[in-house]
Design a protein around this ligand. Structure first.
Ligand SMILES: [Zn+2]
Length: 133
């Protein structure tokens, strides 16, 4: 859907100007992310593997309520995954891929310069309006 200037400004303020997912303060460049995808859905199936499901267009998901303000990296990384799929994939980045695929990260980890936290993957909007309001 094409948002009016006012709708876009309101959407940006949905979480006080922060990205709904990572919590970064949004600058001039940000995306209106469909929480539930409108186009064909991508699913994270585990072990770093993404799969396209056979679901086709779902125009009923193209509503204002289904939009979240997102920074460009979050919107790009989430792509058309569901939140749970994306959450699973982010966990896999941390638990498997980071130290396996990045020599730099492995060295920094060996020297105790980076710490990998076992926390669950929580999106900013899931705690927004809790303790801080
Ligand atoms: Zn973000």
């Amino acid at each position: 859907m094409k948002l009016s200037k006012i709708q876009r400004a309101e959407l940006k303020q949905k979480f006080n100007g922060h990205c709904a997912y990572c919590g970064e303060l949004l600058g001039d460049k940000w995306h209106a992310d469909h929480i539930e995808a409108v186009k064909r859905e991508i699913e994270y199936v585990g072990n770093g593997v993404l799969r396209t499901t056979n679901e086709m267009l779902r125009p009923h998901n193209d509503t204002l309520e289904n939009l979240n303000p997102a920074c460009v990296p979050c919107n790009t990384n989430k792509s058309s995954m569901s939140l749970e799929s994306w959450r699973h994939m982010l966990g896999h980045y941390r638990d498997v891929q980071l130290l396996r695929d990045s020599t730099h990260a492995r060295h920094l980890h060996r020297f105790g310069l980076i710490e990998i936290k076992p926390n669950p993957v929580v999106f900013f909007f899931e705690t927004f309006g809790g303790a801080c309001q």
